[in-house]
Write a protein that binds this ligand. Structure first.
Ligand code: G3H
Ligand code: 13P
Ligand code: ZN
Length: 330
């Protein structure tokens, strides 16, 4: 059993208590360059940050190595001049009690149990089991209610998967979760809406997605005043990266995300944590594709992973400063 406190990590409780007008970014990482870029951006802006590890990332990068990388990230942040780094190591989309327990036991400071696809009572039972275990070690727990839309779903199906405000009080009280991930129109990946769900900007020809269900978000907020809400699927899919990828041999037709103004608006409400993964993948891929195109003789990975890291750092700083406003809070 390793306590996250020994690794210099923090849980989300204090962060979220301070997230009155604004929120915090939760960035996924799978490799050293992403982690370096996140820490450089957080240290430079003095912003608390949540490092997210998915089940897939854990399998890809090895759970033991990931834990030491997170511990190393705390020391690296100090070396960069961030005296009191507030870094949370969070399991993203944990799908079983055993996985959540294993992360708690290995030094994670926060875990998500995502039982949102299960029937309501089963979701409560599993989320409560995880919360009861994690709370013994002061590890915070995110649970989810409602199902994020998949791009292949019909619009009507998407609406019926929104979180039902009438369930949130019962769910949060009975599970004892510390934060609640909800479904209000976001979804994972770089194709958040189908073209027929969008309109087109007549000047640019770009897809303009439909707005998030702010009415549902506000109803939830009224039911649970001050309770930390989490938005998954919050990448904005920057069109400049999509264009670079497509220009240099990629193929991402009609990729579209959540406009940043909407994320800004959401983070002024009870939304305390917004999850961003795809934008970092796009930044990395765009930078690498450009180097491969411009310098076909290059084969030193540092020469393409380095520019990719620079681009991701720029992206993370932008999210921290211009979208969440979490700079200067640590
Ligand atoms: O919510 C999903 C995250 O973007 C993680 O994705 O399972 O491919 O690591 P992954
Ligand atoms: P994106 O695919 O929009 O980056 O969402 C990431 C996420 O929700 C991770 O849990
Ligand atoms: Zn997610």
């Amino acid at each position: 059993m390793v306590s996250y406190k020994e690794l210099g990590l923090v849980n989300t409780r204090e962060m979220f208590a301070k997230a009155v007008a604004g929120g915090y970014a939760a960035f996924n990482f799978n490799n050293m360059e992403q982690l370096q870029a996140i820490i450089m951006a957080a240290a430079e802006t003095k912003s608390p940050v949540i490092l997210q590890v998915s089940k897939g990332a854990r399998n890809y990068a090895n759970q033991t190595l990931l834990r030491y990388m997170a511990q190393g990230a705390v020391e690296y942040a100090k070396e960069l001049g961030w005296e009191n780094p507030q870094i949370c190591l969070h399991l993203d989309h944990g799908d079983s009690f055993e996985l959540c327990k294993s992360c708690v036991d290995m030094g994670f400071s926060s875990v998500m149990i995502d039982a949102s696809s299960k029937p309501y009572e089963e979701n409560i039972e599993l989320s409560k089991r995880v919360a009861d275990y994690a709370h013994q070690y002061d590890v915070t727990v995110e649970a989810e209610l409602g199902v994020l839309a998949g791009v292949e779903d019909e619009v009507s199906a998407e609406e019926s998967h929104y979180t039902r405000p009438e369930e949130v009080i019962d769910f949060s009280q009975r599970t004892g979760c510390d934060s609640l991930a909800i479904s209000v129109g976001t979804s994972h990946g770089a194709y958040k809406f189908r073209p027929e769900q969008c309109t087109r900007d007549p000047k640019t020809g770009r897809l303009v997605p439909p707005p998030l269900a702010f009415n549902v978000l506000h109803e939830i907020e009224k039911k649970l005043p001050g309770f930390p809400i989490v938005l998954h699927g919050s990448s904005s899919v920057p069109q400049e990266y999509v264009d670079i990828i497509n220009e240099y041999g990629g193929n991402l037709p009609d990729a579209v995300g959540i406009p940043e103004e909407q994320l800004r608006e959401a983070s002024k409400s009870a939304v305390c944590k917004i999850n961003i993964d795809s934008d970092s993948r796009l930044a990395m891929t765009a930078a690498i594709r450009k180097v491969f195109h411009d310098k076909p003789g290059e084969f030193d990975p540092r020469k393409y992973l380095g520019p990719a890291r620079d681009e991701m750092k720029k992206l993370y700083m932008h999210k921290i400063i211009d979208v969440l406003g979490s700079n200067g809070k640590a």
